[in-house]
Design a protein around this ligand. Structure first.
Ligand code: NAD
Length: 281
């Protein structure tokens, strides 16, 4: 069994991005919209800003109060859309309950949609168009799979979870890599019978240690997207100790998909910046 070390992979990607930015002749700028005082969101935003600044990217955080109206958030997004200095915009989720997240995400200019959550980029990914800005977590999962050197073509990939930010875009992405893709979810019957057939198993359901040894085929590749906190301790959706001895490759939590997600967000921002520079030439 080999560990897919997301921390080391992400570090290499960030170093390449740092060198790229050095030669770009312009400092890419990522704008983060943070609404309210969700503690986890504040930590995520702090980590994104730190990672951006370490590679020479500017990261401006726009912090609005939890009581902000839809119009106030929308107004900020529109201003960031119109600001030529800003190359990428993300709205940190979750938003306070009274705000419609989907409606706000749809306001982000598709060229600056570095989370890839907007309809335009999701549609391009669905149609296997190379110009799609791919959501950071699925993009990170693909990079981790590629790092193993295994052939993806024809492999059966099973994804647990069908959210718009992980499961669904990942299904499209792996289909575009010529995998045979099955998505299972809360209403799927006999999940273990299906996951046992997977050459590649990705768990993205937010259920601590749901995936047990008898859910997994010998020699499979397992990527654990889940981040769950139990008694102040982080764990994934896979029971790592049980599953690891059976499989060819497995990603840990922490130190797996998490750091890759941030690295891919930075990569999307640099790519957005490069495209925007070409457009204005
Ligand atoms: P979500 O709650 O939006 O979606 C979860 C999905 O899993 C749903 O489609 C649901 O049908 C399915 N599901 C839930 N319980 C299930 C079960 N028992 N059996 C089968 N399917 C089940 O969550 P999300 O935003 O997609 O995130 C999923 C997990 O990934 C969470 O733990 C989240 O914290 C983590 N996450 C990690 C990163 C990262 O960077 N590592 C990024 C995004 C999400």
């Amino acid at each position: 069994m080999k560990i897919i070390d997301g921390k080391i992979l992400a570090q290499q990607i960030r170093e390449n991005l740092r060198l790229k930015i050095k030669n770009l002749g312009l400092t890419p700028c990522l704008a983060v919209v943070l609404v309210g005082d969700n503690e986890a969101s504040q930590i995520y935003v702090r980590n994104k800003r730190k990672a951006a600044e370490e590679i020479g990217m500017e990261c401006e955080v726009h912090h609005l109060s939890a009581e902000s109206s839809f119009e106030q958030v929308a107004d900020l997004v529109q201003k960031l859309n119109a600001n030529p200095k800003v190359n990428g915009i993300i709205v940190q989720m979750p938003l306070p309950q009274h705000l419609n997240s989907d409606k706000i995400l749809r306001l982000i200019d598709e060229r600056k949609d570095v989370d890839g959550f907007g309809l335009h980029n999701a549609g391009l990914l669905m149609q296997n168009q190379p110009s799609a800005m791919i959501a950071a977590t699925p993009k990170g999962v693909l990079a981790m799979l590629r790092s193993t050197g295994i052939q993806l073509t024809g492999k059966h990939a099973v994804i647990i979870g069908r959210s718009n930010i992980v499961g669904r875009p990942l299904a499209a992405l792996l289909l575009n890599q010529d995998c045979t893709v099955t998505v299972v979810h809360t209403l799927t019957q006999n999940i273990a019978e299906i996951t046992k057939q997977a050459d590649i198993l990705v768990a993205a359901c937010g259920c601590p240690k749901l995936v047990k040894a008898d859910w997994v085929k010998d020699g499979a590749v397992v990527i654990d997207v889940g981040i769950n906190r139990i008694d102040n301790h982080l764990c994934g959706d896979v029971d790592f100790d049980e599953v690891a001895p059976k499989v060819a490759f497995i990603s840990p939590v922490p130190g797996g998909v998490g750091p890759m997600t941030i690295a891919m967000l930075l990569e999307n921002t640099v790519e957005a910046c490069e495209k925007q520079m070409k457009e204005t030439k």
